[in-house]
Design a protein around this ligand. Sequence first.
Ligand SMILES: [Zn+2]
Length: 547
Amino acid sequence: MKKSIKAFASVLAAFSLASCGINQGDINGADGTTEIISEEPDIATSDDASMDASQNDAEEEYVVQPAPVTVEGRPEEEGSLAPENRYSLAGVHEVDGRQGVAYGDECYYISGSTTLTKYDSEWNKVSEAEDPFAGFENEVNHIGDIDVYDGKIYAGVEYFMDGESKNIQIAVYDAESYQLVNTYSFDESSGQTEVSGIAIDPDSGSIWMTSWTGDESGRYLYRYDLENGSYKGKVHLQCPPQWLQGIAYYNGCLYMTADDGTADLGEPDHVYKTRIAEDSTTANVVLERTLDDVTLQGEVEGISFDKTSGQMLISYNRGSQIVLGMVKGFYEGYTEEIHEVFLYNIEGFKREYSFEEIDECVDGSGWNLILVNKDNPVPDDYTVSLTDLSNGKQVDTRIYPALQKMFDDARDSGIDLFVREGYRTREDQQSIMDNRIQEYEAQGYTAEEAEDMAKQYVAIPGTSEHELGISVDINANSNVSSDDTVYTWLNENAYKYGFIKRYPENKIDITGINNEPWHYRFVGQKAASEMKELDMCLEEYLDYISE
Ligand SMILES: [Zn+2]
């Protein structure tokens, strides 16, 4: 929101960053990931049939996904503000609109000073508000940074004329139709003189506003109630960033963009971070990132986080020369201002899946109930789309959210486990079989005997559930958890995530496979719950539901 005069810099300059006592040492470091490397697992599980422990492979590494250190919601006590995140530039997309950016429901939203535009996940423009200023009781003509929450666009809007703002409001639009559904006027007693950025913090039920102009710019964040828009007070930032533009909430912290670099001198702008305790009236600010990899000769605007892909989004303008807050021409090589969104991958980002998402992957086509056993081989035309796990194993992409959530929850309960075996090709299975036959031959058995014996322990190629990609062998990280602890937890909890213990002890006569407390098969939450309730294995359950 480049429209007022930078004379306020002198006011802000009085707040020397050096005097604020932020320890630079706290600002750096923090890798953001925890790698849990297991010792050699105690139980070998590389076949469908049970194997003896001598078949263990060499040391296995961790889990479904390395568990990063995440901050969930608000901390109980004020901790270090050291950045949890590291960022790497992942892409740039040109957009229409110079003010703000927001992510919601797998779409991106861009605000211009007078526009609201939606882009799909591939950054194709899909729609635009016809008249974002329609329906206001108190007239507005300017939109700042935006946020999207619960199907609504939240925009900081105002009437801006001759360097003055009035009618500052929080505008709430339906994110599909752009219909104005609500407005909340700002509280004049707050001292806020304009609105540049807006952020929704669902954890504390707050709407936060920033101001770019005025004596208070950078010194305060203004808090409003997410439910009813009432003013809840302002928070004094220590130290105050200069020229706050955008604001976004992510993982318990507020992130703010400040166009505090002077474009003419090639100085970069910055992202700052603060964590605000409930009811606190002050909050410390630290530098989160220097934006030295954006295209310079420009200025930062909005900020948002894509919580699906785990990216930070920064909107940025370049090309125009801004003097005293007004566009006064263009830098060499430019004939117009260019608006772009810079995407940054966040190292250590960890997506959390919900039970609803697990449920959604069961689409009614029956893929989750396919039966594979010695009488029912994997169909020749079976295809599978795979997701790589962090230790190199692979699973059917459709079961990944369920598997990840199950592992996240297990770890939250202090259980440490990892995927020992996931998807296996027909060739993988054949080579396991061939190796086993060779072992028996080496022990002096005839070829025929060796093959018969191997088939007692190794699924015949084409009949292993691992070839589906929806079965996993799960082992304990024996540094932390015993096998018993892991198998017990899985036995009691896996059904909630749609997994069943495929080869239980009491069904050997039906499955034809020995007890395998580590082999879990995805069938979906409904089927898994019913099978647990009825004490049925998959063969029994399929008969039961076909009756
Ligand atoms: Zn298995």
